[in-house]
Design a protein around this ligand. Structure first.
Ligand code: GS8
Length: 219
């Protein structure tokens, strides 16, 4: 029986992008179903009744939620080719730690840059740069976060790069200037088809930020 793989997603979602990149890395074909997050359909509500959020992966009729959980699932199910998580338990723990750091910090602080004004905006920008510098320190001189192969931490972080233009424009700063090594890592990741084909145009994301600001009355 042919496998059925369906992804419920939203085009600009950093979380959904993780899943799209992981599936592309593994060469898994799937059906993409764009979701209207302002008017959620029954499939999304039934598939993720707890959080009611995308991404959701539906594999042979069974649902998996939460982007990092999904990426780990993909890694465990489709084992051909290179693994996204290292085999060594300690290195796996390290990969999960940094992916969790990205989740706890980058999304929330990045959003604060475009959602806030004045002092709060400045504070968010400062904190955001500090987080990126920390990540840059963890990357060091390695090609990817896990070493020579593209893996879990890269997948957790790289989707944010299509939002970087929005953060930089809203916060009036340059990631290349603040974190040149991280910017070089970003360019290396973009050389991978799994990444470059998945990531939307940063200007399109910026248009979305403008739309969301109007919708939420942030001007
Ligand atoms: C976050 C998913 C999420 O926030 C994960 O999958 O890693 N921890 C989860 N999804 C958002 C879209 S991306 O900003 C979402 O579905 N939001 C709908 C809502 O909050 O109602």
């Amino acid at each position: 029986m042919a496998e059925s793989v369906v992804l419920l997603d939203f085009w600009a979602s950093v979380f959904g992008l993780r899943v799209r990149i992981a599936l592309a890395e593994k060469g898994v074909e799937y059906e993409y179903k764009e979701q209207d997050l302002f008017n959620k359909g029954p499939l999304l509500l039934q598939s993720n009744p707890i959080h009611k959020k995308i991404p959701v992966l539906i594999h042979n009729g069974r649902t998996i939620c939460e982007s990092l959980v999904i990426v780990q699932y993909i890694d465990e199910v489709w084992t051909d080719g290179s693994l996204l998580l290292p085999k060594d338990p300690y290195q796996r723990a390290i990969a999960r730690f940094w992916a969790d750091y990205v989740d706890k910090k980058i999304y929330e602080i990045g959003s604060k840059i475009w959602k806030s004004k004045g002092e709060a905006k400045e504070a968010a920008k400062k904190e955001f740069i500090e987080c990126l510098k920390l990540l840059e320190g963890e990357l060091g001189d390695k090609t990817y976060f896990g070493g020579d192969t593209f893996g879990f931490i890269d997948i957790a972080l790289i989707p944010f790069s299509c939002w970087f233009y929005s953060y930089e424009t809203e916060g009036n700063f340059s990631i290349e200037k603040e974190c040149p090594k991280l910017k070089m890592w970003l360019k290396r990741c973009m050389e991978r088809e799994s990444v470059s084909k998945a990531l939307p145009d940063p200007h399109k994301v910026y248009d979305l930020v403008g739309f969301l600001k109007k919708k939420f009355g942030i001007e």
